[in-house]
Write a protein of this length. Structure first.
Length: 363
């Protein structure tokens, strides 16, 4: 059952997890210094991964993740705004292409992981999904066996880092250098702001309870993402979490993921990174081919490729702003891919539930 962690239990869970969280904070800060994509998430994951090669024992309580999933879902929903309503009818063909591209990418990458890396079908599919790193991680933490986490997390993290590193190089070579700065919403911290945030948290949490009763996987993340996306698109609310809150949520999530890689061997790490890069190359080719054919339907190649590149939604939107590409066009297509993947996860979990999944109870 979904519930808020009581105060005393919260302190107990933090006492179990504080070492991993401190490592996560340090890793996240290092991530910002080296300009890592999703620095607070991948930095926390990476440093906890490094600790996994030592004898230093770390633990993280997954009971702390429910509020994190709620915040991350609202953060993802906040990538949309009212401009989408006036433009979405122009993107019917690109929306259909996104569905096809996502399916083809997953099939090709999944086939590679099954045949070359000898992953089972469930893990191969999770590792192959061309986007939605956070929802995939959430599903893995809630349903996946701990010993399989490395087979999904390392290729997926490799994908994010590879794509976010590759795309700016491509843009600089084609369009020249442009200063890539942040893309932030300006919040006015008045009474209305806090009421809207409070309303979002409560309504998204209640919606997640409904999804839980309908047996939807990762109901908190899925519910918060879908409902907040709807509210932001229709401007029912406009307030968004500040960067500090977003960073804290990503530290918790990255720490949870990294602390589950204890026992990983260096040989395994290089194995998964190597094959993750090969799969990334496959995904990039599929995105480029899709963008190429969409040119015949009136879409420009560069904005379309940026929208179909299997990288992080926030990083791709930042690049779009730097190069005067419509950020709504880019964020919509990345959000659409996340929705496609999230919609596919229940089928995947149901199909392979008896073989590859060991559900973790979140209280």
């Amino acid at each position: 059952m979904l519930s808020v962690i009581p105060y005393k239990r919260l302190l107990n869970e933090l006492n179990i997890s504080y070492k991993a969280l401190i490592i996560g904070v340090i890793g996240g800060y290092i991530g910002t210094l080296i300009s890592l994509p999703l620095p607070w998430l991948l930095g926390a994951l990476g440093l906890n991964l490094c600790i996994a090669f030592t004898n230093f024992k770390i633990e993280f309580s997954t009971k702390l993740l429910n509020p994190v999933f709620l915040m991350v879902g609202i953060i993802l929903g906040g990538t949309l705004n009212v401009s989408l309503l006036y433009k979405i009818h122009l993107w019917i063909f690109s929306s259909i292409a996104m569905v096809v591209c996502t399916v083809v990418s997953t099939i090709l990458a999944g086939y590679y992981f099954i045949k070359v890396c000898k992953f089972d079908k469930f893990i191969a599919t999770l590792a192959a999904l061309p986007g939605a790193f956070v929802p995939i991680a959430a599903a893995l933490l809630e349903y996946g066996k701990k010993e399989n986490h490395k087979q999904v997390l390392i290729p997926q993290a490799t994908r994010v880092i590879f794509i976010v590193s590759f795309v700016p190089i491509l843009f600089i070579s084609k369009l020249g250098f442009s200063e890539i700065a942040g893309y932030n919403y300006e919040n006015i911290y008045d009474l209305r702001y806090f009421l809207e945030i409070f309303f979002l948290i409560i309504i998204c949490y209640l919606f997640s309870i409904l999804l839980k009763k309908l047996s939807i996987p990762s109901p908190i993340l899925v519910g918060a993402m879908a409902l907040s996306g709807l509210f932001y698109t229709f401007e029912i609310v406009n307030s968004r979490f500040p960067d500090t809150v977003i960073n804290i949520a990503f530290i918790f999530l990255g720490t949870a993921l990294g602390s589950r890689l204890n026992g990983l061997k260096l040989k395994e790490l290089f194995f998964y990174i190597f094959h993750g890069i090969i799969v990334c190359s496959i995904l990039v080719v599929v995105a480029m081919v899709t963008a190429y054919f969409l040119q015949y339907l009136g879409f420009d190649f560069i904005p379309t490729f940026l929208s179909f590149a299997p990288g992080g939604i926030h990083e791709m939107v930042v690049i779009s702003v730097a190069y005067n590409i419509d950020p709504i066009f880019v964020s919509y297509h990345h959000f659409l891919r996340i929705l496609i993947i999230v919609a596919f996860l229940p089928f995947l979990l149901k199909k392979f539930g008896n073989n590859s999944i060991k559900k973790t109870k979140f209280k």
